[in-house]
Design a binder for this molecule. Structure first.
Ligand SMILES: O=C(O)C(=O)C[C@]1(C(=O)O)C=C[C@@H](O)C=C1
Length: 131
């Protein structure tokens, strides 16, 4: 199937040709925008993954509510300027942050497990082991 046929989807069977042409043109832009979103999210998660390791290594809590509050307020202002619904921007960011915090918690739990395993295998490295 060509990418044009894929983009036409169900509309191909019930939309007149001129309308279909415009729809396909808009869907081509949507494809590019969605691809960019995927790349942007991948880069964001790479950065937050590194933050997760840093936090686990230095015993910092997975969530930082003050940072979240400031970032959400900032993005709501940007959304307003860009004529994007600020409530939607807030929900979208909260959705992403929730996932990031889950990743941070998993990184922290696995770091604690490896510390515990190391101290069982080699109690001399952890004077508290076995107490
Ligand atoms: O900046 C951090 O400390 C992060 O862990 C990143 C992030 C975010 O995704 O923006 C996620 C969790 C925190 O509560 C705050 C912000």
């Amino acid at each position: 199937m060509s990418s044009s046929e894929e983009r036409a989807g169900d509309a191909a069977s019930y939309v007149e040709p001129a309308v279909l042409e415009e729809l396909l043109s808009m869907r081509s832009s949507i494809d590019n925008i969605d691809a960019t979103l995927v790349y942007l999210l991948a880069e964001r998660f790479k950065a937050t993954q590194r933050v997760g390791v840093l936090k686990a290594t230095h015993q910092l809590p997975p969530a930082d509510p003050a940072r979240e509050k400031n970032q959400i307020a900032r993005l709501k202002r940007l959304a307003e300027d860009a004529q994007l619904d600020p409530e939607f921007a807030e929900k979208f960011l909260n959705f992403i942050i929730e996932e990031v915090i889950r990743h941070h918690q998993a990184i922290s739990a696995s770091a604690q497990t490896s510390v515990a395993e190391t101290s069982v295998q080699n109690p001399a490295q952890n004077p508290d082991a076995g107490r």
